[in-house]
Design a protein around this ligand. Structure first.
Ligand code: FAD
Length: 567
């Protein structure tokens, strides 16, 4: 193999996508290829999804060893860290999309691709029910089945509304390329509509009010991109509207970017304050109406309505329907994402692996449960966490994962408890209620220490690469049941468990400013960091084609500004 390391970046994260480019003839003969099993004798390996997890897996996989098929409704890969840049036209949508077939063929892989959505997984008969995802569907051929021996689930996640009324109907999400393009169109549309003569002043102001729900990396980056678009380009084209534009970020925690180092979070808040981007922290959205968002201030209980012309919902991830059904079948109904062991094998069934946003290892499970608990407490609008409920989760987690109990509880959750100044284990000291904010703060501290950043491209890509290496060695181990010398000891697993390596993360903040957390707890903010961001993201593109297109888009923007046509 010729290894080509193309790490991955982030509004988000600098990361470790390792794409191994198979170089035709130079691939060394694998132990099995001498036997050259007939195609029919090869195990059927099916991969669901063409995102970070799926494509990183396929890049690293020795496709000659299996009969490989990919099922995904998207026939392209998207470089998601640049999605926010598509919303304001800094980068064109097609510049960050790479066709899956091109990725496969350029690496000389023998893989079949079905542009379809998997709608049901039958783990007993090892069969998938799929539906043609093309826009022109013929009724007779709409659904078909695909058999597998091994299944890798990498279907990612969808936006999570936490059941908040009106979100689906009136908010935009920012998950897919189409979402980004729709937002881009709608922003310009808001400006055009605001120019119409029949609008009242209040209506005009509402049209130019942009609301972002969620102060995480994606929400903040989108707000920053929007601010740049308005202040650098649209004000020149719509000079009379300048004073009417507002950008508001609504965040349920007490800071934006609270998964980042405090210095970056503080820098971002200060920058937004200077730019006039309003940040409403400690606010929960109760309901979204057609023209406004109903918000409750958590500390004072004050209710407020924030009118909007365009609202973007960017808070956490939810489960895809196909996975919900599958989770019922494998006894994981209490979960939001698939539980896997440390070798990424799905619990409760055989020969199924899960990677990326749709999965979580046991180690992360406990923190996920806790995160869910306070989200729930939040949704109940209580503003505080119910300690009894919390104890129940803890008990359950202890029962299910004794090794986690030792690993996490003692080292980290006790630390959370210390930070939150309550004891979760001492009945006598137990207080009735724990402040949710105090707890969140403590938990984010722990998160940082453990570098357990869930749902990032960085994690998905590393998992994909790890799993492919296991698959490349799987048959080898099967041929030698006693295992290689170093792992012959009875009871030991054949492969090393997956270990995540956190490579740092970026937070672009607009007007050529950026925050970055880099390995070694190095924090950097400002203009030079933005240049680092440019170079990292350019180098991390998955092909020379997208790299050239992204560089071209950035240069074009520098000379001609962003394109505000509404197509
Ligand atoms: P995805 O990349 O979402 O891929 C899922 C794939 O499954 C897709 O191809 C989809 O079409 C397919 N699929 C869906 N349903 C089905 C089905 N039923 N059957 C078959 N296939 C299906 N992370 C970072 O590390 N750094 C960043 O800067 C960063 N920025 C981000 C910015 C935005 C706007 C967003 C939305 C995310 C960002 N992330 C970032 C997170 C990162 O994109 C995700 O963590 C990553 O995409 C997860 O990879 P995945 O393979 O699990 O899922």
């Amino acid at each position: 193999y010729r290894g080509l390391i193309l790490a991955l970046g982030a509004s988000g994260c600098l990361g470790g996508l390792v794409l191994v480019v198979a170089d035709g003839d130079s691939i060394p003969a694998h132990a099995f290829t001498s036997e050259d099993p007939a195609a029919s004798a090869k195990k059927k390996l099916v991969v669901l999804g063409t995102g970070w997890g799926g494509m990183s897996f396929l890049k690293e996989l020795d496709s000659r060893l299996y009969d490989v098929k990919i099922v995904s409704p998207r026939n392209y890969f998207v470089f998601t860290p640049l999605l926010p840049s598509v919303t304001n036209g800094t980068v064109e949508a097609r510049s960050i999309a790479e066709p899956v077939r091109r990725m496969i063929s350029s690496k000389g892989k023998h893989i079949e691709f079905y542009e379809s959505e998997c709608i049901d997984i039958d783990p007993v008969n090892k069969r998938l029910l799929c539906r043609d995802a093309s826009h022109i569907r013929t009724k007779d051929h709409e659904e078909f089945t695909v058999d597998y021996d091994y299944l890798v689930v990498a279907v990612g996640a969808m936006a999570n509304t936490f059941g908040t009324e009106g979100v689906q109907e009136y908010c935009h999400f920012l998950k897919e390329l189409e979402d980004a393009e729709r937002i881009r169109e709608n922003v310009v549309d808001c400006f055009e509509t605001a120019c119409l003569p029949h609008l009242s002043d209040a209506e005009r102001k509402r049209m130019l009010s942009f609301v972002i729900v969620g102060g995480g990396p994606t929400g903040v980056e989108f707000a920053a991109e929007l601010y740049d678009l308005v202040s650098e380009d649209l004000v020149k084209l719509y000079p009379t509207l300048r004073e009417l534009v507002t950008v508001t970020v609504i965040q349920s925690g007490d800071h934006i970017l609270n998964s980042f180092d405090q210095r970056i979070s503080a820098f971002a808040e200060e920058k937004f304050r200077r730019d006039g981007v309003s940040v409403k922290t400690n606010c929960r959205v109760l309901k979204v109406n057609q023209k406004d968002v109903e918000v409750k201030e958590k500390t004072t209980g004050k209710l407020d309505n924030v009118p909007f012309g365009l609202a973007v919902w960017s808070t956490g991830i939810g489960t895809r329907p196909v996975l919900r059904k599958f989770m019922e079948k494998v006894g994981q109904t209490d979960r939001r994402v698939l539980a896997t062991d440390e070798w990424l094998r799905v619990k409760g069934c055989k020969d199924v692996w899960a990677i990326g946003d749709c999965a979580t290892t046991e180690q992360r499970k406990l923190l996920d449960d806790i995160a869910y608990l306070f989200e729930k407490a939040d949704v109940d609008h209580s503003g505080t966490l119910n300690v009894e409920e919390f104890q129940t989760v803890m008990e359950e987690a202890r029962g299910r994962y004794p090794q986690i109990d030792l690993y996490l509880q003692r080292q980290h959750l006790q630390h959370v408890a210390d930070l939150a100044k309550i004891s979760m284990y001492d009945e006598k000291k137990k207080e009735k209620q724990l402040s949710i904010e105090e707890f969140k703060k403590a938990l984010s501290e722990v998160d940082k220490q453990m570098k357990l950043y869930p749902a990032t491209a960085q994690v998905a890509a590393q998992q994909g690469a790890y799993l492919a290496k296991c698959f490349n060695g799987l048959l080898d181990v099967d041929h030698k049941p006693e295992g290689p010398v170093r792992i012959r000891k009875e009871g030991r697993h054949r492969f090393q468990p997956f270990r995540y390596r956190h490579m740092g993360q970026f937070a672009p903040l607009g007007t050529e400013q950026c925050g970055a957390e880099l390995p070694g707890d190095w924090v950097s903010v400002g203009r030079s960091t933005q240049w680092l961001w440019y170079s990292v993201y350019a180098s991390k593109q998955v092909s020379w084609r997208t790299r050239a297109l992204v560089l071209f888009d950035w240069t074009k923007r520098l000379f001609f500004g962003r394109d505000s046509s509404r197509m």
